[in-house]
Design a protein around this ligand. Structure first.
Ligand code: ZN
Length: 509
């Protein structure tokens, strides 16, 4: 039985259309999912939309729609965006689905039935609608939420159902300390450790008189606190309410989330799971943000929101995927601009990869009419280069260092381009005594291109497929890398397809 690998993105809050930050997370998760599939894992990849809560109800009202119609429309735009970007999710959860309602209710009942972690209490204090969370006085900066300085916190007085979060502090702290891999990268881990060391307050898990939410079965008139609702989606995707066989995917191997919501995933969520008697996820990874040029966060109010679907319409999915994964060191923030995307498109995709493929195919066609027979001419340096690249690629990808993974694959592309310049095969072709040398070199060139394409699959899947098709190795697409990233698979005599340039150069606008 192959080992399972369950990874999730955050589910997106549908109070607007998908922006580049949403896209970045899905593309990164997709690269990880594809890497795991290529490594022989039985992968389940979940994404979805978070559709309850005050903010959504207000946005629907502002749009003049009832909430369900509103979220139906918005959720569809997220799904369409991920499809356009070739995000290969297996499950798309919407929190307004009936299966999710049953999951949340079952989880709450399970927590209630296991002990006294849910209790009646009253809360009086500040509430930030931006966070959908209570804010202790000590966390406010000049009377405002640090993450939402533009929103006035509300003073609320509520009779609520509370979750005994504080009782889990010691267990959580011990877990985080004993498992350095539980929260990545270290900067996020240190933030969570500081929160835990500072102590935890209990949290209210019911909302009174807020209709747009999941009803609490044992508390008439109350709905479930949005974070409790949203976090449970990771179980919905596994058929938790029905105890389905997909539960073999639990615990999750990876929750990939933005750094701003790492705390919810590293404090509230594991406490909920402990209270329900369920195993904890193996890792929560808090990735960085895509910033606009100049380092600003994109926001509707700043008027600098980038529509990822418009970028795909102009450039195709792979240039955007390549740019975001290569240019942003994974775990840190990075900047995006169309100018830099176009510059990388021309310099890397068109000039380096596109040219390499077209030169290799042209020479193979012109001098040999197909993949040549290398005979005894073995290009040991190229074989070695590909082996080292594959090892570096695995090492990077096992740690989700996606930018380093691309660099490893790209080291083959760069080296082969240099080798063509150094070896001048067009000169070798003029000397009939060097026929075997030429065949060996061209074979090595094609094998190197093939292995590079195999290693690039997680990042630029369409491009990898096209390269493999043209070089006569379409069967390698999607096959385990343990089989494909191995020297000598190209069959001499195989026809190649020159075709159009992979990445036609963009003209400066
Ligand atoms: Zn806030």
């Amino acid at each position: 039985m192959p080992r399972t690998y369950y990874l999730t993105t955050a589910i997106d809050y549908v109070n607007g259309r998908p922006h580049l930050g949403h896209a970045y997370e899905k593309i990164a998760a997709d690269a990880i999912a594809r890497y795991r599939r290529l490594s022989g894992f039985d992968v389940k990849f979940l994404t979805g939309t978070d559709e309850h809560g005050t903010k959504v109800a207000r946005a629907a009202e502002a749009a003049g729609l009832d909430p369900q119609t509103y979220v139906d429309r918005l959720s569809a735009t997220f799904r369409e965006a991920w499809d356009a970007l070739d995000v290969s999710y297996d499950v798309f959860v919407r929190t307004t689905e009936e299966r999710h309602t049953r999951t949340v209710q079952r989880l709450l009942e399970r927590i209630r039935d296991r002990g006294d972690d849910l209790y009646e209490g009253s809360y009086e204090g500040w509430y930030c609608v931006g966070c959908e969370a209570y804010k202790p006085e000590k966390d406010l900066v000049d009377g405002r939420c640090a993450d939402h300085p533009g929103l006035e916190p509300r003073w609320v007085v509520e009779e609520n159902l509370f979750f005994r979060l504080g009782a889990y502090r010691d267990a959580l702290l011990a877990h985080v300390e004993a498992h350095p891999e539980f929260i990545r990268p270290d900067s996020r881990r240190n933030e969570v450790l500081a929160v835990l060391r500072g102590g935890l307050d209990d949290v209210s898990v019911s909302r009174e008189g807020l209709a747009w939410g999941i009803p609490i079965p044992f508390r008439p008139g109350a709905t479930v606190y949005v974070w409790f609702d949203a976090l449970a989606n990771y179980l919905t995707g596994l058929d938790f309410a029905d105890g389905g066989e997909d539960l073999r995917f639990w615990p999750a191997d990876l929750h990939l989330v933005g750094k701003d919501i790492t705390r919810f995933h590293c404090v509230i969520w594991p406490a909920m799971l402990l209270a329900a008697g369920l195993p904890l996820p193996r890792q929560v990874y808090g990735h960085g943000w895509v910033l606009a040029a100049g380092g600003q966060r994109e926001s509707k109010s700043a008027g600098n929101v980038t529509d990822p679907v418009a970028l795909v319409a102009t450039y195709g999915p792979d240039p955007l995927r390549f740019f975001l994964l290569k240019e942003i060191p994974f775990g840190k923030d990075g900047e995006f601009s169309r100018e830099r995307l176009e510059e990388r498109y021309n310099s890397a995709l068109a000039n380096e990869l596109g040219n390499l493929l077209s030169r290799a195919l042209n020479m193979v066609e012109k001098y040999r009419g197909g993949i040549p027979d290398p005979g005894a001419a073995r290009e040991a340096a190229v074989v070695d280069l590909c082996d080292r690249a594959t090892i570096a690629w695995r090492h990077a990808m096992d740690r989700h260092q996606l930018d380093e993974g691309i660099d490893a694959a790209w080291s083959i592309v760069a080296a082969l381009n240099n080798l063509i310049q150094a070896r001048e095969p067009w000169r070798v072709a003029k000397d009939p005594h060097r026929a075997e040398e030429l065949s060996g070199f061209l074979y090595a060139l094609c094998e190197g291109v093939r292995i590079a394409a195999c290693l690039l699959q997680p990042f630029v899947p369409r491009t990898s497929l096209h390269v493999l098709q043209r070089i006569g190795a379409a069967g390698d697409y999607g096959a385990p890398v343990a089989e494909t990233a191995v020297w000598g698979r190209l069959v001499p005599g195989t026809r190649v397809v020159k075709g159009e340039p992979l990445f036609p150069r963009l003209q400066p606008t």
